[in-house]
Design a protein around this ligand. Structure first.
Ligand code: SF4
Length: 499
């Protein structure tokens, strides 16, 4: 049962707080950009199915949520700041009628955190409205924005997603149909984009030519006339849909009354899925390349133990994302797996500052060490990544305060040395600890007895796939889509130094 909620009525005060850059509260992790969902299912409650799909994708974005449905040419839209279960109530969902829908959960990267930037983005065209949900980030927004303004489009948000919708509107208004108009617009977009789009006629799923962000296609109850699209397969499991296949890099699928048509719109598709989806972003129960990410993350831990074993009494992971790798590490190293940290499961992002007393007493809001497990132990703590290093340092201190006599940290990915331009918030290069410090210097800074990262080769080998099939630019600086100079300098210190 979805709670009846009035929580959508006034969140303007939250928006103001979300503009505050609060580094104390900001997670020391790369942050996911968005989750998208689409459904074409006449005679089903598409709004409710979208709600549950988004509920399963909540980990991909917690700032805003939205659903748009079409009942013939009539669009119904509801979006607001907050978690999926705060934004929607039974009453609101009952008002979202129709045979098709798209939905979105958002963490902002391009564009700040305002209600106006919540998605789906809706624009008018000569054929009717279009509602668009986007996961990713364009790298040619400056150029595209200028072109759209010249074409007299009134851009009301600060998101690249709205620009894609306007580019589609421009092509459609110039005479193209939905599919050709969308393809024309896609050729103007550079960067990472997985899209779910709704029109009065049908639903589209699109991936960029490199497939940087994921998008999967499923059917409802094995019925080939009722299709679903989602960022991850966990959104299918919750609504009883069956995974059919990935939408391919450079593919557009168009789902209407006549069934599903596929268009390979890019001349040079390549597979460059973001490797961080595998390591950390996607839910462990989601399936990528026919395997759950839990299994992949176990493999990362096994490989880590092969590369960097250490003599210790117990091993455990930083909950939740470090846990599978810690289990894998234990399986190969023989170091006993234990629970050393308890996570407060009901803590989300908070914008309320802790009191001075709480700060001074080192009260941990998210993770609490188990003193009786840690007392006198030599421990291995496994995490999936270190970004700025701020959380790691506090965590190591907390573990020592709880009685650990040695703290060895193992990271199930290589050092993050470069920022992401494709929809993941990884700070500027100066803020990335591994961009300026050696592994030994980082170990000293976070005060561990030893520190080791998984090798780049080991991370890719554990995928069991062709190692060329992934973007791993935040570990190597080898960006698969060229980053224009104007935006490169904003995040890359090497480029800044050249200016
Ligand atoms: S740069 Fe890193 S986070 Fe960004 S898409 Fe590539 S692998 Fe993923």
């Amino acid at each position: 049962m979805i709670p009846n909620s009035s929580a959508t009525s006034d969140r303007s005060h939250i928006q103001d707080h979300q503009l505050i850059d609060n580094s104390e509260q900001r997670p020391d992790k790369p942050e996911e950009a968005c989750g998208v969902f689409g459904i074409y299912a006449p005679e089903e409650d598409v709004a409710k199915l979208s709600y549950f799909g988004l509920y399963a994708l909540q980990h991909r974005g917690q700032e805003s949520a939205g659903i748009a449905t079409f009942d013939d040419s009539q669009l119904y839209l509801h979006k607001d700041m907050g978690l999926v279960n705060q934004v929607f109530s039974e009453d609101i969902l009952q008002g979202l009628t129709g045979k098709l829908a798209v939905g979105h959960t958002r963490y902002s990267t391009t564009g700040s955190s305002h209600k106006a930037n919540a998605q789906p983005a809706v624009v008018d065209t000569r054929l009717g409205k279009i509602a668009l949900a986007h996961n990713g980030n364009l790298v040619n927004t400056i150029e595209l924005r200028d072109e759209l303004i010249k074409s007299h489009f009134n851009l009301v948000t600060t998101t690249d997603s709205e620009m894609i919708a306007f580019a589609i509107a421009e092509a459609v208004n110039n005479g193209s149909d939905w599919v050709n108009g969308t393809i024309e617009a896609l050729h103007r977009c550079k960067g990472a984009f997985s899209l779910a789009l709704a029109t009065p006629e049908g639903v589209m799923g699109v991936r960029d030519p490199l497939g940087i962000r994921p998008l999967v296609l499923g059917t409802l109850d094995s019925n080939p006339t009722r299709y679903v699209l989602a960022s991850e397969t966990c959104a299918f499991d919750i609504i009883g849909a069956e995974y059919q296949r990935d939408v391919q890099p450079g593919e557009l699928v168009w789902i209407t009354e006549g069934g599903l048509s596929s268009y390979h719109w890019s001349q040079e598709p390549q597979k460059k899925l973001c490797i961080f989806e595998m390591i950390y972003f996607a839910r462990p129960d989601s399936i990528v390349h026919n395997e759950s990410l839990y299994t992949y993350r176990l493999g990362l831990g096994r490989q880590l133990a092969i590369e960097s074993n250490v003599d210790a009494d117990i091993v455990f992971g930083v909950p939740d994302s470090g846990v599978p790798a810690a289990i894998g590490f234990s399986q190969i190293s023989g170091v006993r797996y234990a629970e050393g940290l308890i996570k407060n499961r009901y803590v989300g992002r908070t914008f309320i500052q802790p009191t001075q007393h709480m700060r001074e007493s080192g009260i941990k809001m998210k993770l609490n060490p188990l003193k009786d497990v840690l007392e006198g132990q030599r421990i291995v703590i496994v995490d999936d990544s270190i970004v700025r290093g701020t959380t790691s340092k506090k965590l190591v201190k907390a573990l020592r305060d709880a009685g650990a006599v040695e703290v060895h940290m193992r990271i199930s990915s290589p050092p993050v040395t470069h920022p992401c331009f494709y929809g993941i918030d990884t700070d500027t290069q100066e803020q990335l600890i591994a961009a300026t410090k050696s592994v030994q210097e980082i170990a000293q800074q976070i005060a561990v007895d030893s520190l080791a990262y998984l090798s780049w080769e080991g991370m890719l080998k554990a995928t069991g796939e062709d190692t060329n099939n992934f973007c791993s630019a935040c570990f190597t600086g080898d960006y698969p889509v060229t980053i224009p100079e104007q935006i490169k300098g904003s995040k890359l210190m090497l480029e800044k130094a050249k200016v």
